[in-house]
Design a protein. Sequence first.
Length: 290
Amino acid sequence: MIWKKDKLRPTQPYFVFDTEDFFQEVYLQQGISHFYTYRFREAKALRLVPDGCIDLFFDYGDGKMSGWARGTPTAYKVEARQECNAWHDVFGVRFMPGVQPGLLNVTMKELFDKCVPLEPILGVDCSWLKALSEETDFYQRIRVLLDAYTKAERKREKPFGKSELVLSIKQMVYDSDGKIKVSELGGRTGYSERYINKVFIEKMGFSPKTFCKIIQFQRALEFLNYGAPDKMTDAAVALGYYDQPQFIRDFTRYAGITPKNYLKLVEGKQYQAKIKDTNLLHEKKGNSSV
């Protein structure tokens, strides 16, 4: 199907709908989905959907930079935003579903459904934050953050035991677009469903079944953002839902509106035109080799 990308690119569509000048640099390497930047002025609430991801983002406004880490919710939610009168720029990175970046000294479970100040939960080296606060260019901000992240990843220990099991489960869920059953996860790993559930909740804060539903929902967003089906029944079948009612029920819980109304929003707000893909890392690499 042409709508399906080689790798799922987790999205927060309301970031695109509710902000100005939304740019993203798709990376899909080193556990990173993409970098993004946007502007906002009004202090209206921020609408969030489940994506299974951790985001690090940086708010540039009022002459200073503040850094935050956000964990995934498991249902649609509205997050209050601070009052502001001037334009604020936001720069962020979204990691792939289930990836816990080595920059942080907290677990995904500790970030689950939370948004917390970044500096207290960073590792020992925070010197890159000052460099990031001084950059105004999207590419330069990416460069600083990517360099700090790469160094942190090189130092981290390889996963073993429970962490290795959870990593394996997350990859199987991701590869199946969320359509794998917990019983099948048990068969592939050799562990009981009960143990898999226990360990996954211990590390992630929610069950593998919930993670499956989040990944399936993210594929549904991608389908509606880029596929525009003629019938919702076609969408439900293509995405592996049991039937159309289940698709509508799950999607509404995660997106806050029905698939039909979401599709109207995509078309009315011209989602594809509003989100601008950059190719900065490829261009800079190409220029340096000339």
